[in-house]
Design a protein around this ligand. Structure first.
Ligand SMILES: *Cc1c(COP(=O)(O)O)cnc(C)c1O
Length: 401
């Protein structure tokens, strides 16, 4: 096709459309990192927008574990898991996660995106109905699409609405409720005990994505399902390794039977190369940190410090409970202006716009890490006063949709 085909014309028209909506996205480039202190586009800046909640991405002992694994096994698994790409360390990682979360078994996936696609794609079919929280992550939405199941969206965290929808289609055979536990863009948590009760009452399977909750939620930092002791009610938990664990990959934990089924039916498990050894080794080393509990406590202290300092500085509308703190601005332009003004003050906080969030709810998404120093949190509070003023609502306010 080349020069004269439809492709160039199509790309040009689509990009012009994106530019016209003001939503052109260009990633900034990180060239060096020391925890949240990074050099971006040649500039020294403190990041308040990574998912490295526990500050483990730069932890020296974890880096050493990854290096040792490269030395021993090389950089890649060399094949998909079912051909010759299953290493002992994959099985160790799966057992470690299962034990840590209180489940019989686990199965690694290449990433959280793969895990949700592979789990929903295997469990649901065109005869199924999937009930999904309105704020669920794109990988869950895409998993439902891939499965060809009917989709029912219930209002964000609204168990009563979910009950209505479940009541509305009594006859369906395979029903699945799927939710995040700590929501990635709203920073609030699902009413999991209520969802578990509904799943039981209506005979639905319950899947929980703990991408942001593992390492951050619960006294032991093991996520919401573990914290509430809901292992019997929750059929599968998805944990990603690229967030609080500072590595890459994901694990689905559940029953032995579920694991065996996914090994045989999950396309994103079967048709992709196994996780690389250094990622697996880094995740296992990071799990040691989570299980000792200290990094989660340090994160919690930073979250509390941020909330306290905001109140002391005069902010009245402060809802800072978890390390994800949305500041809803509303308009896309105003959000990007606020983000730029914080950037000019040495603070990196990305603006989040549609389609990641609903139109009219553009926001700054601020994340705290165990790796932040108190002076950095203090500087953040001062910058928020200057850029937004003390009338701003900080934290998961009512999100309109
Ligand atoms: C980030 C994220 C994923 C995807 O995980 P990756 O390992 O980054 O692919 C899945 N679900 C949720 C809720 C997420 O926030």
């Amino acid at each position: 096709m080349g020069e004269n085909g439809w492709l160039n014309e199509y790309l040009e028209a689509e990009m012009a459309d994106i530019a016209a909506t003001g939503r052109l996205r260009l990633p900034r480039t990180v060239s060096a990192a020391d925890g949240p202190r990074v050099i971006v586009d040649g500039r020294r800046i403190v990041s308040f927008c990574s998912n490295d909640y526990l500050g483990l991405a730069g932890e020296p002992s974890i880096r050493r574990a990854a290096s040792a694994a490269v030395e021993a096994f090389g950089a890649g698994a060399t094949a998909s898991r079912l051909i010759s790409g299953t290493h002992a360390s994959h099985l160790e990682l799966e057992r470690r996660f299962a034990r840590c979360l209180g489940y019989p078994a686990g199965l690694c996936f290449g990433s959280g995106y793969h895990a949700n696609l592979g789990l929903l794609g295997a469990l649901a079919g065109d005869d199924s109905v999937v009930y999904s929280d309105a704020a669920n992550h794109a990988s869950i939405i895409d998993g439902i699409r891939l499965s060809k199941a009917a989709k029912r969206i219930y209002r964000h965290r609204d168990a009563a609405h979910l009950a209505e929808l479940l009541e509305g289609d009594r006859t369906t055979s395979r029903r699945i409720i799927v939710t995040e536990s700590l929501f990635s863009m709203d920073g609030d948590v699902a009413p999991l005990a209520e969802l578990a009760e509904l799943a039981r009452r209506y005979g639905a399977a319950l899947l929980v994505d703990e991408a942001h909750a593992f390492g951050t939620v619960g006294d032991a930092g093991r996520g919401l399902v573990h914290e509430l002791g809901l292992q019997k009610a929750v059929d599968a938990v998805v944990v990603t390794c690229g967030k609080a664990l500072g590595s890459y990959g994901a694990v689905v934990v559940g029953s032995e039977r579920l694991r065996a089924f996914l090994v045989n039916r999950s396309r994103t498990f079967i048709f992709t190369t196994g996780l690389p050894a250094p990622s697996v080794a880094a995740t296992i080393a990071a799990l040691d940190f989570v299980e000792r509990g200290e990094v989660t406590r340090r994160l919690r202290a930073n979250v509390e410090c941020f909330g306290r300092r905001l109140r002391e500085r005069g902010f009245r509308d402060v809802r800072v409970t978890w390390p994800i703190v949305p500041i809803v601005i509303g308009s896309e332009e105003a959000t990007m202006v606020a983000s730029r003004r914080l950037w000019e003050r040495g603070l990196w906080i990305q603006g989040i716009r549609p389609p990641t969030v609903a139109p009219g709810t553009s926001r700054l998404r601020l994340t705290l890490s165990a790796g932040h120093h108190e002076v950095e949190i203090a500087a953040l509070v001062e910058a928020l006063v200057e850029v937004l003023g003390i009338e701003a609502a900080i934290g998961s306010a009512e999100i309109v949709d």
